[in-house]
Ligand binder design. Structure first.
Ligand SMILES: [Zn+2]
Ligand SMILES: [Zn+2]
Length: 360
């Protein structure tokens, strides 16, 4: 099969292979999935740049949807022909943490080989290796959704949509009338915005460096847009002024330690500072002690604190009921050979999401 392989750190280290195979045969609780759509997320760029400290060679890609092609003999979560969104949590499914309903906190999943090329085993990013035509995953990672959701839109549920909406619904728990600021109005930020709107937030301030982000931010539910124009722009002062003293919830979505530190003084006493974006995993965040002291909550958030088997279906249902936008997040679709172009668009901030269609 076709798939992308990352041989080392750097965009030039990614190549298209025609000779990918599954690393091993189907185990009893595993599912073979034909990948129909895989979004190119900021984390893919970080992974390729080595900021996730993933071992290589690796098959990148972690935000995907597809069709179940084969199930192991003990699989009960899905059937052949089901449309599934793939979860990035390679969780074990049976430890106390998993049983308590917190799959994102499971410490037993581990990273495994998903594919191989000749004699060389290949790691799979998020145990998926989604930039390939097929992958084999544990049934925990294949969540069925209604077939009415287009797969190119459904792919985004697996990471960008879950990460953004989950930060609001599962972690910050934004309440009716609350005020929010969202730093970064890209693929994940737009989902923070629309989830805050669905939660009844009274003010949703979007902050971005690109003026082109304003239109979509407002369409997704932002009430205000601040253009962070130039390196010297004081976003903290602008947000404090516009919100008349600070917001109840601040969401840092860019993945910048400096921007996260800046969220503390934008947030009111007792409010939540939400670390949604992922900087280099070894980054250090520094802030003045007093900026956090007044009963503020600094929330670490991995993939929206999601419970995929509950939340993916909930998101699909909200989409089908017309409450949540998905199709608008897909800027364009292309083949596996379009990854570099997608990275360029991500870096330039010119589009929300490129979705790769590995099977055409
Ligand atoms: Zn577990
Ligand atoms: Zn992602």
């Amino acid at each position: 099969m076709q798939g992308l392989i990352q041989d080392g750190d750097g965009e030039e280290q990614v190549r298209l292979s025609e000779n990918l195979e599954h690393a091993a045969g189907l185990q009893p609780r595993q599912v073979r999935v034909q990948i129909m759509a895989a979004g190119v997320c900021g984390s893919d760029l970080s992974c390729v740049h080595g900021k996730y400290y993933m071992p290589t060679p690796l098959v990148p890609g972690h935000e995907a949807a597809g069709v179940v092609a084969e199930v192991g003999e003990a699989v009960t979560y899905c059937s052949v022909g089901d449309h599934v969104v793939l979860s990035t949590f390679g969780n074990c499914g049976h430890c106390p943490t998993c049983e308590a309903g917190d799959p994102g906190n499971c410490g037993f999943g581990g990273l495994r080989y998903t594919h191989s090329e000749g004699d060389q085993d290949l790691w799979g990013f998020a145990n998926l290796g989604a930039f390939s035509q097929e992958t084999i995953v544990h049934e925990n990672q294949a969540v069925p959704i209604p077939k009415e959701v287009p797969l190119s839109s459904a792919a985004l549920i697996g990471c960008g949509v879950m990460t953004g909406t989950g930060a609001v619904f599962n972690r910050a728990k934004v309440a009716t009338g609350d005020t929010c600021v969202v730093i970064g109005a890209g693929g994940v930020g737009l989902n923070v915005i629309q989830a805050a709107r669905l939660s009844g937030a009274s003010q949703i301030i979007a902050v971005d460096r690109a003026v082109s982000k304003e239109k979509m931010a407002m369409e997704f539910g932002a009430t205000d847009f601040i253009l962070a124009d130039g390196e010297d722009f004081d976003s903290v002062a602008a947000v404090v002024e516009l919100s008349q003293g600070g917001v109840d919830h601040s969401f840092e979505v860019v993945g910048s330690a400096a921007l996260l530190a800046g969220c503390l003084p934008m947030t009111k006493a007792g409010g939540n500072i939400c670390a949604v974006g992922v900087p280099d995993l070894t980054a250090t965040v520094t802030y003045p002690f007093q900026a956090l002291h007044q009963n503020k909550n600094l929330l670490g958030i991995r993939a929206g604190g999601g419970k995929p088997r509950r939340d993916f279906r909930l998101i699909a249902d909200m989409y089908l009921k017309g409450k949540l936008k998905l199709d608008e997040l897909v800027s364009h679709t292309t083949g596996l050979d379009g990854l570099q172009e997608a990275f360029n668009a991500l870096k330039a901030g010119t589009e929300v999401r490129t979705v790769l269609l590995p099977n055409g």
